[in-house]
Design a protein around this ligand. Structure first.
Ligand SMILES: C[S@@+](CC[C@H](N)C(=O)[O-])C[C@H]1O[C@@H](n2cnc3c(N)ncnc32)[C@H](O)[C@@H]1O
Length: 304
């Protein structure tokens, strides 16, 4: 079921068996799903736990939380928290489980419902408002962001967050279109401007893919909150607890790798070890769920 008309959108959970195995679930344990989405991973976790277990799930998107409240209406072991995972340790501290969490899953990035609902503004395939906010309470949409950015800053963002080869010409095209009032509050208006600036397709990628990714990362401050979220998660674990992270593109992979390098130092106050190597998605899963194709799972354990 995936259609625009009555807004039913689904999300297929990535690497489900691998995530469950990596968490090494204890039946009565305390677990955190930092990125609830449509609750696919949460449901699997709950299914492997007994009645004494606790699961706390975060999402900054009010649609995800609303969906979760309906789907898990009768599930007393689950608490749904409408907040950014960068705030995880504060919440867990207030609820008496800071330093006592047995496992945390972070499946970062956007969900299929966010991508598929044109009204959210993440899609360059369907027209919608140029929004891209995962957290609808935040003030600045993608349109506001682009309306106030300098060419130099946008060039940098497109290069670093989008790894976009044509960053210079796209930045120039967008900033000029803002000055000329040609950029409308519409995703397809932005696509037109990107194409007119001379950006080209990249192998199988649409010419707008990397620019949309970069703007989405900037609007949601994804780099900062991922760094904070990883640290917040590690701090919240019990010794021996697991932090399992799914990342989806080069920038995210690099942030997770740098985090692992930093916290595996033996002389720090908080220390982790990496369990196994990063693992990608099988040919079979990629074929059945193309959006999973660039995913990697990394597993860490808190040792100090
Ligand atoms: C890839 S989806 C998760 C899908 C989920 N694992 C499932 O099986 O249904 C990512 C979700 O995390 C949320 N999210 C992304 N970054 C977040 C953050 N910093 N804090 C809280 N939620 C976040 C998004 O709103 C989205 O709903």
């Amino acid at each position: 079921m995936r259609f625009q008309l009555n807004k039913v959108f689904e999300h297929q959970s990535v690497l489900p068996n691998e995530c469950l195995a990596a968490l090494q679930l204890k039946p009565g344990g305390c677990y955190v799903d930092a990125t609830f989405g449509r609750g696919g991973h949460t449901a699997l976790i709950l299914g492997a736990l007994d009645d004494s277990a606790t699961v706390i799930a975060f999402d900054q998107d009010k649609e995800a939380i609303r969906y979760g409240q309906q789907r898990f209406e009768k599930e007393s072991r689950l608490s749904l928290v409408h907040d950014n995972f960068s705030q995880m340790s504060q919440y867990l501290n207030q609820h008496g489980v800071y330093g006592a969490v047995d496992g945390i899953l972070m499946d970062i990035g956007v969900s299929s419902p966010q991508l598929d609902d044109a009204e959210r503004g993440f899609s360059f395939m369907r027209d919608g408002p140029l929004d891209m906010r995962m957290d609808q309470r935040k003030a600045q949409s993608a349109f506001d962001y682009l309306s106030n950015i300098s060419e130099k800053e946008l060039h940098h963002i497109l290069e670093v967050y989008g790894e976009e080869r044509y960053a210079r010409r796209i930045a120039k095209g967008i900033v000029q279109s803002v000055k000329d009032n040609r950029l409308k509050n519409s995703t397809l208006s932005l696509v037109e401007i990107i194409e007119a600036s001379g950006a080209k397709r990249d192998k199988h990628k649409h010419a707008a893919t990397r620019t949309f990714q970069a703007i989405r990362i900037a609007v949601n401050r994804e780099v900062e909150v991922l760094e904070q979220g990883l640290y917040s998660g590690l701090q919240s674990l019990a010794i021996g607890g697991r932090l399992v992270v799914l990342s989806f593109h080069g920038l995210e992979h690099r942030i997770v790798k740098a985090f692992i390098r930093e916290y595996r130092q033996k002389d720090g106050d908080i220390v982790l070890k990496q369990i196994g190597k990063a693992q990608g998605v099988s040919w079979h899963e990629r074929k059945q769920n193309p959006r999973s194709r660039s995913a990697f799972i990394r597993v860490m354990e808190r040792v100090k």
